[in-house]
Design a protein around this ligand. Structure first.
Ligand SMILES: NC(=O)c1ccc[n+]([C@@H]2O[C@H](COP(=O)([O-])OP(=O)(O)OC[C@H]3O[C@@H](n4cnc5c(N)ncnc54)[C@H](O)[C@@H]3O)[C@@H](O)[C@H]2O)c1
Ligand SMILES: [Zn+2]
Ligand SMILES: [Zn+2]
Length: 347
């Protein structure tokens, strides 16, 4: 089969590798029919993720059809159309049983294993461990281009942003960063009846997208960002501030937007320490949440996509085929300049 193989920082190649096959009785093999690229893949290519070593097939998102099942698999058969999520779960360990498969101990101490600890989804075939507990059947009314964004970015914005932030009917919500993850939070915040959703970004194209995705207001980043947002909330600040960038300054912005009693939901992956003004924050009774996505909201999101409540397909702005992986990575790595959000890659 062919696959996109990582060969150290800055190097990857679409090349011939041995076919993925069932190795454990709980495995299946999926023929990949749609995949995409995540910001994390870009970090890997920059050499930021030491656990990813030379020879690893990249990618942790896929929709496809099962071509082979292990002897112990009961819930899926050859020919089933499935969503392969970013998180794999054994279903039995302490963390899986607690509903936190992001920390599944059995698959490698962390739920994110594809394109990280084992070979990933940017390939013609992918081996999926613990298939019964990890895969999701894709309902017939949901297209590949809708389902693919449920593998990672949509559950991330929803679980680590909207659910962790505790958005409730009537709430005002600010989303700092309108990339795929921030826009996923915008797209799903409405499900909880937020009265105001304010998207904040430095990129005009993404702010336009945010309005299309259900934001009620947008604020372009500048010296007056905090004042502008506070002004949109009658001087009170927001109930929930979702951080979806991953820089110290954007977390500080989120912290300055939240009203007393509110929640700062940090989604961004941080690479450096952040100094928070605890001397001002302690007296505000605010909550700060953070975490790695569990992808346990996928069944809910699949239903909402199937019923038309979440137009997930809007996330895909560019299409490529497997032999255009280099081009797809170039467009995604320069997403802002290319007016891109997520890329859809098919055989
Ligand atoms: N917690 C998790 O489980 C999890 C999972 C996936 C991704 N993430 C993280 O979520 C974050 C967002 O991911 P993404 O794929 O949407 O990234 P992205 O790069 O597509 O989006 C980031 C957005 O932030 C905007 N931005 C940059 N600087 C800004 C600033 N100073 N103020 C406001 N906006 C600014 C950019 O214009 C861009 O639109 C990343 O840090 C990513 O690593 C977390
Ligand atoms: Zn990802
Ligand atoms: Zn587990």
């Amino acid at each position: 089969m062919k696959a996109l193989v990582y060969h150290g920082p800055g190097n990857k190649a679409w090349e011939d590798v041995p076919d993925a096959r069932v190795e454990e009785p709980t495995d299946v093999v999926v023929k990949v029919e749609t995949t995409t690229i995540c910001g994390t893949d870009l970090h890997i290519l920059q050499g930021d993720v030491a656990a990813v070593t030379d020879g690893r097939i990249l990618g942790h998102e896929a929709v496809g059809t099962i071509t082979e099942v292990g002897d112990a698999v009961r819930g899926f058969s050859v020919g089933d159309r499935v969503l392969v999520p970013a998180i794999t779960k054994c279903g039995r360990c302490e963390y899986c049983q607690r509903g936190m498969p992001s920390h599944c101990q059995t698959v490698g101490g962390i739920g994110w294993i594809f394109g990280h600890l084992i070979d990933g989804t940017q390939a013609e075939l992918v081996r999926v461990p613990y298939a019964d507990t990890s895969l999701y059947a894709v309902p017939s009314g949901v297209s590949d281009e809708q389902a693919i964004f449920l593998a990672d970015s949509l559950p991330t914005g929803y679980e680590v942003g909207v659910l962790a932030g505790g958005v409730r009917p009537g709430n005002t919500v600010a989303v700092v960063g309108a990339g795929a993850v921030g826009l996923s939070a915008v797209l799903t915040t409405g499900l909880w009846g937020a009265s105001k959703v304010i998207a904040i970004d430095s990129n005009k194209f993404r702010l336009e997208k945010a309005l299309e995705f259900g934001a009620t207001d947008t604020v372009e980043v500048g010296p007056g960002t905090v004042g502008d947002v506070i002004g949109l909330t009658d001087g009170l600040g927001v109930d929930v501030a979702i951080e979806a960038v991953g820089y110290p300054e954007t977390l500080l912005t989120a912290a300055s937007l939240v009203r007393p009693g509110g929640t700062i939901a940090n989604v961004g992956v941080h690479g450096t320490p952040v100094e928070l003004p605890m001397q001002d924050m302690w007296i505000s009774n605010v909550t700060l949440t953070m975490g790695l996505v569990d992808t346990v909201s996928i069944p809910t999101l699949l239903k909402m996509v199937a019923s038309g409540r979440i137009p997930a397909e809007k996330m895909g702005t560019h299409r490529f085929t497997f032999d255009q992986f280099d081009e797809a990575y170039d467009v995604f790595a320069n997403a802002a300049a290319n007016l891109a959000l997520k890329v859809v890659i098919t055989p």
